[in-house]
Design a protein around this ligand. Structure first.
Ligand code: AMP
Ligand code: GLY
Length: 422
């Protein structure tokens, strides 16, 4: 099978790492990829958002199967266009990707089908949003309806802060905020739960926890994710069954009933509240950096599972996982998530990658004159497996300390909540 992965981040490196190991993958391509992915796949210089360019690249290379990493091309209809052109693709159609593309759609679906989430209101103008905020009081959450690359949510402690967010969001995220969702603030421990879905059947993948904030102790501005680990000690087998029964399967059934059957990865962002798990948001793809900690734990071949999801035959499928933990520390360029420079040289990667249990996934990297250089905000996902999360953490930080990159930084406390529980 000739396989193309779409995207250029650490998640796509992890996907390529799994797919390259599949005996079914005769050829592996990645568009556009990065310097690490180039060791596993032939990188094709087409951006993830360039749908005509991706169609042409698939035809030129006789690609049989496409795996889409990021959400934006899914919401824009990449899978629909590929399938229309006779190219099999893993991921939801645009109609099904609305679960992530519109928070209002997702909330309405939950309300209609009894899927547990917070109380909310969809507001099409600022005056309506402000009136609802005044009526409900604080704390309260203000969200842009559309895709906002992690910048569309403000968890406000006071009414004034929430009112200010209503005014500020359109300036920071543009059209994504043309509709706002105002939501009850949920309290508890946050976990990410992943399932593979074929339109009707959902197969649980794994649970993970990430660290969205840039600063140690989970402080400072939100980022794309500064680190993650899996499994999530807070999600035992009984809770995983409960999440499947109360949230994942009802969502799959609801989407089918709405005439938008969901295929792909359903990523449920959950709050474990005193009243049980509640949905914070849906994503319609693997997480980043959660994929980096799921890939090393997966024992089964990923490719036939993705093909089975696309073909609608997941009910015959079973996946095996290693009884090991994995932890990923993201190394980012100093300045991120604010402005940062590019082009700094990164050394020590070969030595770090040889340490026990360690795999280094690249995100924003570029090969320049034979040297790996930083080309983005999040640059490396330094990942390690271990018998426990504590062991995986120690191994990942040993690798971080072997990497010579003065222009980079990372959080030193990834996994703090889990260490001691696992
Ligand atoms: P999202 O962009 O929807 O992933 O939201 C970003 C983050 O905001 C989540 O990971 C949560 O930490 C937080 N968040 C979103 N919705 C809520 C909510 N209703 N209550 C509390 N925190 C929330
Ligand atoms: N780690 C958060 C995300 O992938 O959206």
């Amino acid at each position: 099978m000739r396989v193309l992965v779409v995207g250029s981040g650490g998640r796509e490196h992890a996907l390529c790492w799994s797919l390259a190991a599949s005996p079914l993958a005769d050829s592996l391509f990645c568009a556009p990829g990065n310097a690490g992915i180039a060791n596993l796949a032939e990188c094709v210089a087409v951006a993830a958002g360039d749908i005509p360019g991706l169609l042409a690249a698939c035809r030129e290379r006789a690609v049989d199967f496409v795996v889409v990493g990021p959400e934006a091309p899914l919401v824009a209809g990449l899978v629909d266009r590929l399938e229309d052109a006779g190219i099999k693709a893993f991921g939801p159609t645009a109609a099904a990707a609305a679960l992530e593309g519109s928070k209002g759609f997702a909330n309405d679906l939950c309300a209609k089908y009894g899927i547990p989430t917070g109380a909310y209101a969809r507001c099409r103008d600022a005056a309506a949003a402000k009136a609802y905020i005044r009526e409900r009081g604080a704390p309260i959450v203000v969200k842009a309806d559309g895709l906002a690359a992690g910048k569309g949510v403000v968890v406000a402690e006071s009414v004034d802060e929430a009112l200010a967010a209503v005014d500020a969001l359109p300036a920071s995220v543009g059209d994504a905020a043309s509709e706002l969702v105002i939501e009850e603030r949920l309290v508890g421990e946050e976990v990410s739960f992943f399932a593979l879905v074929d339109g009707a059947t959902a197969l649980p993948l794994a649970a993970a926890q990430d660290h969205k904030q840039v600063g140690e102790g989970d402080t400072g501005p939100n980022t794309g994710g500064m680190g993650a680990y899996s499994p999530a000690p807070a999600v035992d087998a009984a809770l995983a069954d409960d999440i499947m029964a109360r949230i994942v399967r009802p969502t799959v059934a609801a989407m089918a009933a709405e005439g938008r059957p969901f295929k792909g990865v359903l990523y449920c962002g959950l709050m474990l509240t005193d009243d049980g798990p509640k949905l914070l948001e849906y994503n319609v793809r693997f997480g980043d950096p959660e994929a980096q900690v799921m890939a090393p734990r997966l024992m089964s071949d990923l490719l036939p599972a993705l093909v089975a999801a696309r073909d609608g035959v997941l009910d015959k499928f079973h996946l095996r996982w290693r009884d090991e933990a994995a932890l990923c520390v993201v190394m980012a360029t100093k300045g991120y998530p604010g402005p940062y420079d590019t082009g700094s040289v990164i050394g020590g990667l070969t030595e770090a990658g040889k340490l026990p249990g360690v795999t280094i996934f690249h995100a924003g990297t570029r090969l320049v004159d034979g040297r790996i250089t930083a080309a983005g905000g999040r640059v490396l996902g330094v990942t390690a497996t271990g018998a426990t999360i504590a062991e995986a953490q120690a191994r990942a930080y040993a690798a971080v300390d072997t990497i010579d990159w003065p222009a980079g930084f990372c959080r030193r406390d990834i996994g703090w909540r889990a260490v001691g529980q696992s």
